[in-house]
Design a protein around this ligand. Structure first.
Ligand code: AHR
Length: 631
Protein backbone atom coordinates (compact mmCIF):
# COMPACT_ATOMS: atom_id res chain seq x y z
CA UNK A 1 0.00 0.00 0.00
CA UNK A 2 1.40 3.39 -0.97
CA UNK A 3 0.25 6.42 0.95
CA UNK A 4 0.88 9.92 -0.21
CA UNK A 5 0.24 12.46 2.51
CA UNK A 6 -0.59 15.98 1.41
CA UNK A 7 1.50 18.40 3.49
CA UNK A 8 -1.24 21.01 3.19
CA UNK A 9 -5.02 21.14 3.41
CA UNK A 10 -6.98 19.04 5.83
CA UNK A 11 -8.76 20.05 9.00
CA UNK A 12 -7.83 21.16 12.49
CA UNK A 13 -7.75 18.31 14.98
CA UNK A 14 -9.60 18.38 18.27
CA UNK A 15 -7.21 19.55 21.01
CA UNK A 16 -8.95 17.11 23.36
CA UNK A 17 -8.63 13.97 21.22
CA UNK A 18 -7.76 11.58 24.09
CA UNK A 19 -9.05 11.85 27.63
CA UNK A 20 -10.27 9.81 30.54
CA UNK A 21 -13.67 8.94 31.94
CA UNK A 22 -13.77 8.49 35.68
CA UNK A 23 -16.43 7.24 38.06
CA UNK A 24 -16.13 5.27 41.28
CA UNK A 25 -16.57 1.71 39.97
CA UNK A 26 -14.46 -1.35 40.88
CA UNK A 27 -13.17 0.70 43.85
CA UNK A 28 -11.41 2.94 41.36
CA UNK A 29 -11.93 5.90 43.71
CA UNK A 30 -12.24 4.64 47.30
CA UNK A 31 -9.55 1.97 47.52
CA UNK A 32 -8.14 3.18 44.23
CA UNK A 33 -6.80 6.49 43.03
CA UNK A 34 -8.07 8.24 46.20
CA UNK A 35 -5.15 7.60 48.52
CA UNK A 36 -7.06 6.96 51.79
CA UNK A 37 -5.74 3.66 53.17
CA UNK A 38 -8.48 2.88 55.71
CA UNK A 39 -11.48 1.01 54.35
CA UNK A 40 -14.82 2.05 55.89
CA UNK A 41 -13.18 4.86 57.83
CA UNK A 42 -16.46 6.45 58.96
CA UNK A 43 -19.04 3.64 58.87
CA UNK A 44 -21.04 5.46 56.21
CA UNK A 45 -24.27 3.79 55.24
CA UNK A 46 -27.76 4.25 53.90
CA UNK A 47 -30.96 2.28 53.52
CA UNK A 48 -29.56 0.91 50.27
CA UNK A 49 -26.15 -0.08 51.68
CA UNK A 50 -26.38 -0.09 55.49
CA UNK A 51 -23.45 0.83 57.76
CA UNK A 52 -21.20 -2.06 58.58
CA UNK A 53 -18.25 -2.81 60.82
CA UNK A 54 -16.57 -4.75 58.05
CA UNK A 55 -13.61 -4.97 57.52
CA UNK A 56 -12.75 -3.72 61.04
CA UNK A 57 -11.97 -6.37 63.65
CA UNK A 58 -11.26 -6.11 67.36
CA UNK A 59 -7.89 -6.32 69.06
CA UNK A 60 -7.58 -8.41 72.22
CA UNK A 61 -10.96 -9.14 73.73
CA UNK A 62 -12.42 -5.95 72.33
CA UNK A 63 -16.15 -5.99 71.91
CA UNK A 64 -17.04 -3.74 68.96
CA UNK A 65 -20.46 -2.37 68.14
CA UNK A 66 -21.73 0.22 65.71
CA UNK A 67 -23.52 3.02 67.54
CA UNK A 68 -25.51 6.05 66.56
CA UNK A 69 -24.66 8.04 69.67
CA UNK A 70 -26.91 10.83 70.89
CA UNK A 71 -24.01 13.18 70.19
CA UNK A 72 -22.80 12.26 66.71
CA UNK A 73 -19.46 13.31 65.27
CA UNK A 74 -21.55 15.27 62.75
CA UNK A 75 -24.97 15.01 61.22
CA UNK A 76 -23.24 13.58 58.14
CA UNK A 77 -21.33 10.90 60.07
CA UNK A 78 -23.73 9.70 62.78
CA UNK A 79 -22.35 6.17 63.14
CA UNK A 80 -19.21 5.27 65.07
CA UNK A 81 -17.58 2.15 66.45
CA UNK A 82 -17.75 1.60 70.18
CA UNK A 83 -14.99 -0.28 71.96
CA UNK A 84 -16.44 -1.56 75.22
CA UNK A 85 -14.44 -1.26 78.45
CA UNK A 86 -12.53 -4.41 79.34
CA UNK A 87 -9.20 -5.80 80.36
CA UNK A 88 -5.87 -5.73 78.61
CA UNK A 89 -5.02 -4.09 75.33
CA UNK A 90 -8.16 -3.42 73.32
CA UNK A 91 -8.60 -1.77 69.97
CA UNK A 92 -9.62 -1.85 66.36
CA UNK A 93 -7.77 -3.17 63.34
CA UNK A 94 -8.30 -2.42 59.66
CA UNK A 95 -6.80 -4.36 56.71
CA UNK A 96 -7.03 -1.38 54.37
CA UNK A 97 -8.43 -1.92 50.93
CA UNK A 98 -7.30 -5.53 50.67
CA UNK A 99 -3.91 -4.66 52.04
CA UNK A 100 -1.83 -1.59 52.83
CA UNK A 101 1.34 -0.74 50.98
CA UNK A 102 3.96 -0.02 53.65
CA UNK A 103 7.17 1.70 52.65
CA UNK A 104 9.77 3.88 54.34
CA UNK A 105 7.72 7.05 54.05
CA UNK A 106 5.60 9.25 56.27
CA UNK A 107 1.99 8.19 56.78
CA UNK A 108 -0.30 10.83 58.19
CA UNK A 109 -3.27 9.78 60.22
CA UNK A 110 -6.12 11.14 62.28
CA UNK A 111 -9.16 9.93 64.20
CA UNK A 112 -11.98 11.26 66.32
CA UNK A 113 -12.72 9.77 69.71
CA UNK A 114 -15.45 10.28 72.33
CA UNK A 115 -15.74 8.72 75.78
CA UNK A 116 -13.96 8.85 79.08
CA UNK A 117 -10.33 7.80 78.60
CA UNK A 118 -7.11 9.23 80.00
CA UNK A 119 -4.04 7.54 78.65
CA UNK A 120 -2.33 6.72 75.44
CA UNK A 121 -3.72 5.42 72.19
CA UNK A 122 -1.23 3.48 70.09
CA UNK A 123 -1.47 3.73 66.31
CA UNK A 124 0.42 1.02 64.43
CA UNK A 125 1.09 -0.49 61.06
CA UNK A 126 1.65 -4.22 61.32
CA UNK A 127 2.45 -7.05 58.95
CA UNK A 128 -0.34 -9.61 58.88
CA UNK A 129 2.08 -12.02 57.23
CA UNK A 130 4.75 -11.93 59.97
CA UNK A 131 3.07 -10.16 62.89
CA UNK A 132 5.89 -7.64 62.90
CA UNK A 133 5.10 -4.08 64.00
CA UNK A 134 6.28 -1.93 61.10
CA UNK A 135 5.65 1.45 62.69
CA UNK A 136 4.02 2.60 65.86
CA UNK A 137 3.33 5.81 67.74
CA UNK A 138 1.54 6.72 70.95
CA UNK A 139 -0.92 9.56 71.20
CA UNK A 140 -1.54 11.10 74.61
CA UNK A 141 -5.28 11.57 75.00
CA UNK A 142 -7.69 12.96 77.53
CA UNK A 143 -10.96 12.03 75.91
CA UNK A 144 -14.26 13.02 77.52
CA UNK A 145 -17.79 11.72 77.65
CA UNK A 146 -20.09 13.63 75.32
CA UNK A 147 -17.32 15.41 73.43
CA UNK A 148 -15.65 14.38 70.20
CA UNK A 149 -11.91 15.14 70.06
CA UNK A 150 -9.69 14.86 67.00
CA UNK A 151 -6.10 13.58 67.15
CA UNK A 152 -3.44 13.61 64.47
CA UNK A 153 -0.36 11.41 64.27
CA UNK A 154 2.25 10.21 61.82
CA UNK A 155 3.90 6.87 61.27
CA UNK A 156 7.23 6.35 59.50
CA UNK A 157 8.23 2.69 59.13
CA UNK A 158 11.94 2.00 59.43
CA UNK A 159 11.76 -0.55 56.63
CA UNK A 160 9.37 -1.55 53.90
CA UNK A 161 7.02 -4.45 54.47
CA UNK A 162 7.69 -7.63 52.51
CA UNK A 163 4.21 -7.53 50.99
CA UNK A 164 1.02 -5.49 51.23
CA UNK A 165 -0.67 -7.88 53.66
CA UNK A 166 -0.54 -5.24 56.38
CA UNK A 167 -3.01 -3.73 58.82
CA UNK A 168 -3.55 -0.49 60.67
CA UNK A 169 -4.67 -0.45 64.29
CA UNK A 170 -5.58 1.79 67.18
CA UNK A 171 -5.11 0.24 70.61
CA UNK A 172 -5.86 1.42 74.17
CA UNK A 173 -5.49 0.18 77.70
CA UNK A 174 -8.92 -1.38 78.31
CA UNK A 175 -8.86 -0.59 82.02
CA UNK A 176 -8.70 3.15 81.34
CA UNK A 177 -11.95 3.19 79.38
CA UNK A 178 -15.07 4.50 81.16
CA UNK A 179 -18.20 2.41 81.48
CA UNK A 180 -19.78 3.59 78.22
CA UNK A 181 -16.74 2.54 76.24
CA UNK A 182 -14.84 4.59 73.68
CA UNK A 183 -16.27 5.64 70.33
CA UNK A 184 -14.06 6.15 67.29
CA UNK A 185 -14.97 7.70 63.96
CA UNK A 186 -13.36 9.02 60.78
CA UNK A 187 -10.20 7.01 61.25
CA UNK A 188 -7.94 8.01 58.41
CA UNK A 189 -4.45 7.24 57.19
CA UNK A 190 -2.81 8.67 54.09
CA UNK A 191 0.54 7.86 52.49
CA UNK A 192 2.33 10.68 50.66
CA UNK A 193 -0.07 11.80 47.93
CA UNK A 194 0.37 12.98 44.36
CA UNK A 195 1.98 16.43 44.55
CA UNK A 196 1.54 16.18 48.33
CA UNK A 197 -2.00 17.45 48.22
CA UNK A 198 -4.03 16.97 51.41
CA UNK A 199 -6.85 14.44 50.91
CA UNK A 200 -5.00 13.58 47.72
CA UNK A 201 -4.43 10.81 45.23
CA UNK A 202 -2.26 7.72 44.97
CA UNK A 203 0.93 8.90 43.22
CA UNK A 204 1.66 5.68 41.33
CA UNK A 205 -1.82 5.56 39.79
CA UNK A 206 -1.72 9.26 38.97
CA UNK A 207 1.58 8.68 37.14
CA UNK A 208 -0.05 5.84 35.21
CA UNK A 209 -2.92 8.16 34.26
CA UNK A 210 -0.46 10.86 33.31
CA UNK A 211 1.19 8.29 31.06
CA UNK A 212 -1.96 8.33 28.95
CA UNK A 213 -1.39 12.03 28.20
CA UNK A 214 -5.09 12.74 28.77
CA UNK A 215 -6.65 16.04 27.72
CA UNK A 216 -10.05 15.80 29.37
CA UNK A 217 -11.67 14.24 32.40
CA UNK A 218 -15.33 13.21 32.16
CA UNK A 219 -16.68 12.79 35.69
CA UNK A 220 -18.31 11.70 38.04
CA UNK A 221 -20.04 9.05 35.90
CA UNK A 222 -21.34 7.02 34.33
CA UNK A 223 -23.85 5.17 36.33
CA UNK A 224 -22.39 6.65 39.49
CA UNK A 225 -23.83 10.03 38.55
CA UNK A 226 -27.32 8.57 38.21
CA UNK A 227 -27.53 6.36 41.28
CA UNK A 228 -29.44 3.11 41.43
CA UNK A 229 -32.83 4.65 42.23
CA UNK A 230 -34.25 7.74 43.96
CA UNK A 231 -32.87 9.48 45.94
CA UNK A 232 -29.38 8.08 45.45
CA UNK A 233 -27.92 10.17 42.64
CA UNK A 234 -24.61 12.02 43.08
CA UNK A 235 -25.09 15.10 45.28
CA UNK A 236 -22.29 17.58 44.53
CA UNK A 237 -22.90 19.56 47.73
CA UNK A 238 -22.34 16.51 49.90
CA UNK A 239 -18.89 15.87 48.42
CA UNK A 240 -17.30 19.15 49.49
CA UNK A 241 -15.79 20.63 52.62
CA UNK A 242 -14.33 18.87 55.67
CA UNK A 243 -14.50 15.08 55.53
CA UNK A 244 -16.69 15.01 58.62
CA UNK A 245 -19.35 16.87 56.63
CA UNK A 246 -19.40 14.34 53.78
CA UNK A 247 -22.02 11.72 54.48
CA UNK A 248 -21.09 9.50 51.54
CA UNK A 249 -23.64 7.64 49.49
CA UNK A 250 -24.49 4.21 48.17
CA UNK A 251 -22.75 4.07 44.81
CA UNK A 252 -24.60 2.06 42.17
CA UNK A 253 -21.78 -0.46 41.99
CA UNK A 254 -22.56 -2.22 45.27
CA UNK A 255 -20.40 -0.38 47.80
CA UNK A 256 -20.69 2.82 49.81
CA UNK A 257 -18.74 5.79 48.44
CA UNK A 258 -17.04 7.94 51.08
CA UNK A 259 -17.16 10.99 48.77
CA UNK A 260 -13.68 11.83 50.03
CA UNK A 261 -12.99 12.09 46.32
CA UNK A 262 -15.48 14.88 45.73
CA UNK A 263 -16.12 17.79 43.42
CA UNK A 264 -13.13 19.87 44.58
CA UNK A 265 -10.81 16.89 44.33
CA UNK A 266 -12.02 16.17 40.81
CA UNK A 267 -11.46 19.76 39.76
CA UNK A 268 -8.32 20.58 41.62
CA UNK A 269 -6.48 17.58 42.92
CA UNK A 270 -7.44 14.87 40.46
CA UNK A 271 -8.02 16.99 37.41
CA UNK A 272 -6.72 20.50 37.09
CA UNK A 273 -6.25 23.91 38.54
CA UNK A 274 -8.51 25.40 35.93
CA UNK A 275 -7.99 28.87 37.33
CA UNK A 276 -4.30 28.47 36.61
CA UNK A 277 -5.03 27.66 32.98
CA UNK A 278 -4.32 29.83 30.07
CA UNK A 279 -5.37 29.20 26.53
CA UNK A 280 -3.58 29.51 23.25
CA UNK A 281 -5.80 30.26 20.33
CA UNK A 282 -6.64 26.96 18.61
CA UNK A 283 -4.47 25.08 21.01
CA UNK A 284 -5.01 22.89 24.00
CA UNK A 285 -5.26 24.20 27.51
CA UNK A 286 -2.23 23.94 29.70
CA UNK A 287 -3.17 23.37 33.30
CA UNK A 288 -1.67 22.03 36.50
CA UNK A 289 -1.63 18.43 37.61
CA UNK A 290 -2.73 16.18 34.76
CA UNK A 291 -3.54 19.07 32.42
CA UNK A 292 -7.07 17.89 31.84
CA UNK A 293 -10.12 19.87 30.82
CA UNK A 294 -13.04 18.88 33.05
CA UNK A 295 -16.31 17.69 31.56
CA UNK A 296 -18.73 17.93 34.44
CA UNK A 297 -21.64 15.51 34.11
CA UNK A 298 -24.71 16.72 35.99
CA UNK A 299 -27.63 14.64 37.26
CA UNK A 300 -30.59 15.29 34.99
CA UNK A 301 -33.50 13.46 36.56
CA UNK A 302 -32.89 9.92 35.25
CA UNK A 303 -31.96 7.11 37.64
CA UNK A 304 -30.47 3.79 36.63
CA UNK A 305 -33.71 1.94 37.30
CA UNK A 306 -35.26 4.26 34.67
CA UNK A 307 -37.15 6.34 37.21
CA UNK A 308 -37.59 9.77 35.68
CA UNK A 309 -38.36 12.98 37.55
CA UNK A 310 -41.61 14.33 36.06
CA UNK A 311 -41.56 17.68 34.30
CA UNK A 312 -43.53 19.38 37.05
CA UNK A 313 -40.97 18.29 39.67
CA UNK A 314 -37.73 18.84 37.77
CA UNK A 315 -37.12 22.56 38.46
CA UNK A 316 -35.42 22.06 41.87
CA UNK A 317 -33.02 19.56 40.31
CA UNK A 318 -32.16 22.04 37.56
CA UNK A 319 -31.65 24.67 40.25
CA UNK A 320 -29.34 22.30 42.08
CA UNK A 321 -27.17 22.10 38.95
CA UNK A 322 -27.21 25.89 38.70
CA UNK A 323 -26.03 26.02 42.32
CA UNK A 324 -23.26 23.55 41.48
CA UNK A 325 -22.14 25.69 38.54
CA UNK A 326 -22.21 28.80 40.72
CA UNK A 327 -20.14 26.94 43.31
CA UNK A 328 -17.54 26.16 40.65
CA UNK A 329 -17.57 29.43 38.70
CA UNK A 330 -19.27 32.08 40.80
CA UNK A 331 -17.50 35.06 42.33
CA UNK A 332 -17.26 35.19 46.08
CA UNK A 333 -20.16 37.65 46.03
CA UNK A 334 -22.53 34.85 45.06
CA UNK A 335 -24.08 32.46 47.56
CA UNK A 336 -22.30 29.38 46.28
CA UNK A 337 -19.11 31.19 45.31
CA UNK A 338 -18.97 32.35 48.93
CA UNK A 339 -19.53 28.76 50.05
CA UNK A 340 -16.56 27.71 47.92
CA UNK A 341 -14.45 30.49 49.45
CA UNK A 342 -15.55 29.48 52.94
CA UNK A 343 -14.04 26.03 52.48
CA UNK A 344 -10.76 27.44 51.25
CA UNK A 345 -11.14 28.03 47.51
CA UNK A 346 -11.79 31.73 46.82
CA UNK A 347 -10.71 31.53 43.16
CA UNK A 348 -13.42 30.30 40.82
CA UNK A 349 -12.76 27.59 38.28
CA UNK A 350 -13.23 28.14 34.60
CA UNK A 351 -15.55 25.29 33.67
CA UNK A 352 -16.26 25.07 29.95
CA UNK A 353 -18.01 21.73 29.41
CA UNK A 354 -21.16 20.38 31.05
CA UNK A 355 -22.73 17.05 30.10
CA UNK A 356 -26.42 16.69 30.85
CA UNK A 357 -26.94 13.25 32.37
CA UNK A 358 -25.56 9.87 31.43
CA UNK A 359 -26.80 7.47 28.75
CA UNK A 360 -30.24 9.02 28.50
CA UNK A 361 -30.73 6.91 25.37
CA UNK A 362 -31.40 4.05 27.79
CA UNK A 363 -34.57 5.71 28.98
CA UNK A 364 -37.51 4.00 27.30
CA UNK A 365 -37.95 5.82 24.02
CA UNK A 366 -35.80 8.73 25.22
CA UNK A 367 -39.12 10.42 25.72
CA UNK A 368 -38.62 12.71 28.70
CA UNK A 369 -35.03 13.66 27.71
CA UNK A 370 -36.33 14.72 24.30
CA UNK A 371 -39.50 16.21 25.65
CA UNK A 372 -38.33 18.37 28.55
CA UNK A 373 -35.31 17.24 30.58
CA UNK A 374 -32.52 18.16 28.15
CA UNK A 375 -34.19 21.47 27.26
CA UNK A 376 -34.80 22.50 30.87
CA UNK A 377 -31.14 22.00 31.77
CA UNK A 378 -29.83 23.45 28.51
CA UNK A 379 -31.95 26.58 28.70
CA UNK A 380 -31.13 27.26 32.34
CA UNK A 381 -27.39 26.80 31.85
CA UNK A 382 -27.15 28.79 28.62
CA UNK A 383 -29.26 31.62 30.04
CA UNK A 384 -26.64 32.17 32.74
CA UNK A 385 -23.52 30.92 30.94
CA UNK A 386 -24.06 31.67 27.22
CA UNK A 387 -20.61 30.37 26.29
CA UNK A 388 -20.94 27.06 28.09
CA UNK A 389 -20.37 24.02 25.85
CA UNK A 390 -23.26 21.65 26.45
CA UNK A 391 -22.94 17.92 25.85
CA UNK A 392 -25.97 15.67 25.52
CA UNK A 393 -25.54 12.23 27.01
CA UNK A 394 -26.62 10.50 23.80
CA UNK A 395 -26.17 10.97 20.07
CA UNK A 396 -29.77 10.05 19.27
CA UNK A 397 -31.27 13.16 20.76
CA UNK A 398 -33.56 15.22 18.57
CA UNK A 399 -33.13 18.77 19.72
CA UNK A 400 -33.25 22.03 17.85
CA UNK A 401 -31.15 23.57 20.62
CA UNK A 402 -27.78 25.16 20.08
CA UNK A 403 -24.36 24.08 19.17
CA UNK A 404 -24.12 20.99 21.35
CA UNK A 405 -21.79 17.99 21.45
CA UNK A 406 -23.28 14.50 21.58
CA UNK A 407 -21.87 11.66 23.68
CA UNK A 408 -21.70 8.27 21.98
CA UNK A 409 -20.88 5.07 23.93
CA UNK A 410 -19.96 1.68 22.53
CA UNK A 411 -19.02 -1.60 24.25
CA UNK A 412 -18.68 -4.48 21.80
CA UNK A 413 -16.46 -7.19 20.27
CA UNK A 414 -13.48 -6.70 17.92
CA UNK A 415 -15.09 -7.27 14.49
CA UNK A 416 -18.10 -5.18 15.47
CA UNK A 417 -15.88 -2.26 16.51
CA UNK A 418 -13.88 -2.51 13.29
CA UNK A 419 -17.24 -2.20 11.49
CA UNK A 420 -17.58 1.15 13.28
CA UNK A 421 -14.49 2.49 11.49
CA UNK A 422 -16.61 4.66 9.22
CA UNK A 423 -19.35 5.42 11.77
CA UNK A 424 -18.18 9.01 12.01
CA UNK A 425 -17.62 9.36 8.25
CA UNK A 426 -21.31 8.66 7.85
CA UNK A 427 -22.67 10.81 10.67
CA UNK A 428 -24.74 13.60 9.26
CA UNK A 429 -25.37 15.35 12.57
CA UNK A 430 -24.42 18.99 12.66
CA UNK A 431 -23.18 18.42 16.20
CA UNK A 432 -19.77 17.30 17.38
CA UNK A 433 -19.37 13.90 18.99
CA UNK A 434 -17.66 12.88 22.18
CA UNK A 435 -17.00 9.16 22.49
CA UNK A 436 -17.29 9.27 26.26
CA UNK A 437 -17.06 5.50 26.70
CA UNK A 438 -15.76 2.77 24.42
CA UNK A 439 -14.12 -0.62 24.89
CA UNK A 440 -13.87 -4.14 23.57
CA UNK A 441 -15.68 -6.14 26.23
CA UNK A 442 -16.04 -9.62 24.69
CA UNK A 443 -14.38 -11.84 22.11
CA UNK A 444 -16.08 -12.20 18.73
CA UNK A 445 -19.15 -14.47 18.88
CA UNK A 446 -19.18 -14.47 22.65
CA UNK A 447 -21.17 -12.77 25.35
CA UNK A 448 -18.70 -13.68 28.11
CA UNK A 449 -16.97 -10.61 29.47
CA UNK A 450 -13.19 -10.55 29.10
CA UNK A 451 -11.31 -10.36 32.38
CA UNK A 452 -8.62 -8.20 30.83
CA UNK A 453 -8.39 -6.41 27.47
CA UNK A 454 -6.90 -8.53 24.65
CA UNK A 455 -4.43 -7.58 21.95
CA UNK A 456 -6.94 -8.17 19.13
CA UNK A 457 -9.28 -5.90 21.06
CA UNK A 458 -6.62 -3.20 21.23
CA UNK A 459 -6.07 -3.42 17.46
CA UNK A 460 -9.85 -3.12 16.90
CA UNK A 461 -9.83 -0.09 19.20
CA UNK A 462 -6.97 1.33 17.11
CA UNK A 463 -9.11 0.98 13.97
CA UNK A 464 -12.00 2.72 15.75
CA UNK A 465 -9.74 5.51 17.03
CA UNK A 466 -8.31 6.03 13.54
CA UNK A 467 -11.91 6.41 12.34
CA UNK A 468 -12.41 9.06 15.03
CA UNK A 469 -9.17 10.90 14.25
CA UNK A 470 -10.01 11.00 10.53
CA UNK A 471 -13.09 12.99 11.53
CA UNK A 472 -11.41 14.98 14.25
CA UNK A 473 -12.92 18.29 13.18
CA UNK A 474 -16.36 16.84 14.03
CA UNK A 475 -15.20 15.16 17.23
CA UNK A 476 -14.47 16.24 20.79
CA UNK A 477 -12.40 13.16 21.65
CA UNK A 478 -12.59 9.65 23.05
CA UNK A 479 -12.17 7.99 26.43
CA UNK A 480 -11.92 4.26 27.15
CA UNK A 481 -14.12 2.99 29.98
CA UNK A 482 -13.94 1.88 32.64
CA UNK A 483 -10.54 3.31 33.42
CA UNK A 484 -9.51 1.55 36.63
CA UNK A 485 -10.27 -1.59 38.62
CA UNK A 486 -9.15 -2.77 42.01
CA UNK A 487 -8.76 -6.48 41.30
CA UNK A 488 -10.30 -7.25 44.69
CA UNK A 489 -13.62 -5.64 43.81
CA UNK A 490 -14.54 -5.97 40.17
CA UNK A 491 -18.03 -5.04 39.07
CA UNK A 492 -17.14 -4.44 35.42
CA UNK A 493 -14.46 -5.99 33.28
CA UNK A 494 -12.38 -5.49 31.28
CA UNK A 495 -10.78 -2.26 32.48
CA UNK A 496 -7.89 -0.29 31.12
CA UNK A 497 -5.79 -0.37 34.30
CA UNK A 498 -5.91 -3.05 37.01
CA UNK A 499 -4.32 -2.60 40.39
CA UNK A 500 -4.05 -3.88 43.95
CA UNK A 501 -2.61 -2.27 47.07
CA UNK A 502 0.96 -2.95 45.92
CA UNK A 503 1.90 -0.41 43.23
CA UNK A 504 4.45 -2.82 41.78
CA UNK A 505 1.58 -5.09 40.69
CA UNK A 506 -0.35 -2.60 38.57
CA UNK A 507 -1.36 -4.06 35.22
CA UNK A 508 -1.31 -1.79 32.18
CA UNK A 509 -3.54 -3.52 29.66
CA UNK A 510 -3.01 -4.02 25.96
CA UNK A 511 -5.54 -1.19 25.46
CA UNK A 512 -3.48 1.07 27.73
CA UNK A 513 -0.38 0.61 25.56
CA UNK A 514 -2.30 1.26 22.35
CA UNK A 515 -4.06 4.34 23.71
CA UNK A 516 -0.84 5.71 25.13
CA UNK A 517 0.89 5.47 21.77
CA UNK A 518 -1.94 7.20 19.94
CA UNK A 519 -2.48 9.82 22.65
CA UNK A 520 1.18 10.79 22.82
CA UNK A 521 1.31 11.42 19.09
CA UNK A 522 -1.29 14.14 18.62
CA UNK A 523 -2.20 15.89 15.43
CA UNK A 524 -2.97 19.56 15.33
CA UNK A 525 -4.12 19.10 11.71
CA UNK A 526 -5.42 15.99 9.97
CA UNK A 527 -3.97 15.82 6.46
CA UNK A 528 -5.48 14.39 3.26
CA UNK A 529 -4.00 11.05 2.17
CA UNK A 530 -4.02 9.47 -1.31
CA UNK A 531 -3.67 5.71 -1.28
CA UNK A 532 -3.31 2.83 -3.70
CA UNK A 533 -5.74 0.70 -1.67
CA UNK A 534 -8.98 1.11 0.19
CA UNK A 535 -9.46 0.65 3.92
CA UNK A 536 -9.60 -2.85 5.37
CA UNK A 537 -7.88 -4.80 6.69
CA UNK A 538 -5.40 -1.91 7.05
CA UNK A 539 -6.57 1.50 8.28
CA UNK A 540 -4.68 4.77 8.56
CA UNK A 541 -4.85 8.45 9.27
CA UNK A 542 -2.16 11.09 8.82
CA UNK A 543 -1.62 14.54 10.18
CA UNK A 544 0.90 17.02 11.40
CA UNK A 545 1.67 18.49 14.77
CA UNK A 546 2.60 22.13 14.42
CA UNK A 547 3.93 22.34 18.01
CA UNK A 548 6.35 19.41 17.80
CA UNK A 549 6.77 20.07 14.03
CA UNK A 550 6.20 16.52 12.90
CA UNK A 551 4.32 14.65 10.22
CA UNK A 552 2.55 11.69 11.77
CA UNK A 553 0.93 8.55 10.36
CA UNK A 554 -1.13 6.21 12.53
CA UNK A 555 -2.13 2.81 11.17
CA UNK A 556 -3.62 -0.50 12.24
CA UNK A 557 -3.63 -3.88 10.51
CA UNK A 558 -6.62 -5.94 11.59
CA UNK A 559 -5.94 -9.10 9.57
CA UNK A 560 -4.64 -12.57 10.12
CA UNK A 561 -2.71 -12.94 6.88
CA UNK A 562 0.89 -11.99 6.37
CA UNK A 563 2.28 -8.52 6.82
CA UNK A 564 1.46 -5.70 4.41
CA UNK A 565 4.23 -3.67 2.73
CA UNK A 566 3.72 0.12 3.07
CA UNK A 567 5.40 3.12 1.51
CA UNK A 568 4.60 6.51 2.97
CA UNK A 569 5.42 9.81 1.32
CA UNK A 570 5.07 12.86 3.57
CA UNK A 571 6.24 15.17 0.77
CA UNK A 572 9.44 17.12 0.26
CA UNK A 573 9.06 18.99 3.54
CA UNK A 574 9.71 15.93 5.67
CA UNK A 575 13.07 14.94 7.13
CA UNK A 576 15.25 12.28 5.55
CA UNK A 577 14.51 9.94 8.46
CA UNK A 578 11.41 8.85 10.30
CA UNK A 579 10.76 7.01 13.55
CA UNK A 580 8.53 3.96 13.34
CA UNK A 581 6.92 2.77 16.60
CA UNK A 582 5.32 -0.60 15.98
CA UNK A 583 3.11 -2.40 18.49
CA UNK A 584 2.54 -6.16 18.17
CA UNK A 585 1.92 -8.78 20.82
CA UNK A 586 2.84 -12.32 21.72
CA UNK A 587 -0.50 -13.49 20.26
CA UNK A 588 -3.79 -11.97 19.17
CA UNK A 589 -5.55 -13.08 22.34
CA UNK A 590 -2.65 -11.99 24.55
CA UNK A 591 -3.69 -10.21 27.74
CA UNK A 592 -1.66 -8.36 30.32
CA UNK A 593 -2.60 -9.96 33.62
CA UNK A 594 -1.77 -9.67 37.31
CA UNK A 595 1.70 -11.06 37.89
CA UNK A 596 2.38 -11.55 34.19
CA UNK A 597 4.83 -9.85 31.90
CA UNK A 598 3.87 -7.25 29.31
CA UNK A 599 2.59 -9.08 26.23
CA UNK A 600 2.72 -5.97 24.06
CA UNK A 601 5.91 -5.74 22.04
CA UNK A 602 7.08 -2.24 21.17
CA UNK A 603 9.61 -1.92 18.38
CA UNK A 604 11.10 1.47 17.61
CA UNK A 605 13.17 1.79 14.43
CA UNK A 606 14.59 4.60 12.36
CA UNK A 607 13.67 4.56 8.69
CA UNK A 608 15.61 6.35 5.99
CA UNK A 609 13.79 8.05 3.14
CA UNK A 610 14.30 6.40 -0.27
CA UNK A 611 12.88 7.90 -3.46
CA UNK A 612 10.86 10.29 -1.34
CA UNK A 613 9.17 7.60 0.76
CA UNK A 614 9.55 5.60 3.93
CA UNK A 615 9.00 1.83 3.55
CA UNK A 616 8.12 -0.80 6.13
CA UNK A 617 6.13 -3.98 6.52
CA UNK A 618 3.09 -3.89 8.78
CA UNK A 619 2.60 -7.24 10.54
CA UNK A 620 -0.84 -8.81 10.95
CA UNK A 621 -2.68 -7.53 14.03
CA UNK A 622 -0.46 -4.57 14.69
CA UNK A 623 -0.70 -0.84 15.23
CA UNK A 624 1.93 1.76 14.50
CA UNK A 625 2.87 5.40 14.49
CA UNK A 626 5.36 6.85 12.01
CA UNK A 627 6.74 10.33 12.68
CA UNK A 628 9.06 12.47 10.63
CA UNK A 629 10.26 15.99 11.38
CA UNK A 630 8.96 18.88 9.30
CA UNK A 631 12.08 20.52 7.87
O1 AHR B 1 -18.32 2.17 32.14
C1 AHR B 1 -19.23 1.39 32.84
C2 AHR B 1 -20.67 1.85 32.63
O2 AHR B 1 -21.05 1.68 31.31
C3 AHR B 1 -20.93 3.30 32.89
O3 AHR B 1 -21.13 3.57 34.23
C4 AHR B 1 -22.16 3.57 32.11
O4 AHR B 1 -22.22 4.89 31.63
C5 AHR B 1 -22.09 2.57 30.97
O5 AHR B 1 -23.26 1.88 30.83
Amino acid sequence: ISLSVSPTGGNASSPYQYGIMFEDINHSGDGGVYAELIQNRAFQGSTLIPSTLSPWVGIGNASLTLQNTSIPLSSSLPTSVNVAAGNGVLGIRNPGFWGIDVKVQKYQGSFWVMGSYHGTITASLESASTGEVLASTTIQTSSKTGTWSEYHFSLTPAKAATDSNNTFSLAVNGKGIGNAGLNFNLISLFPPTYKNRPNGMRPDLMEVLKGLNPSFLRMPGGNNLEGRYPPYHWYWNETIGPLKDRRGRPGPWGYANTDGLGLIEYLQVFAIHAHNCFTFLNSKKWCDDLEMEPILAVFDGLYLNRTVIPEADLAPYVQDTMNELEFIMGSTDTVYGALRASIGYPKPWNLQYVEIGNEDNLENGLSSYNKYRFAMYYNAIIAKYPNMNIISSTDVLSTPLGNITEDYHIYTNPPALVEEFNYFDQRTSAHKTLVGEYAITTAANSTARLKYPTWIGAVAEAVFLIGIERNSEHMFGASYAPLLENLNSVQWSPDMISFVADPAKTVLSTSYHLTQLFSKTRFTTVLPVNSTAGFGPCYWVAGLNSDSRQYILKAANYASNSSVPFTVNFGAGSDSTATLTLLTATGINAQNVLGGTNQVITNVTTLVKKSGSFSFDMPSYSALVLTSKIV
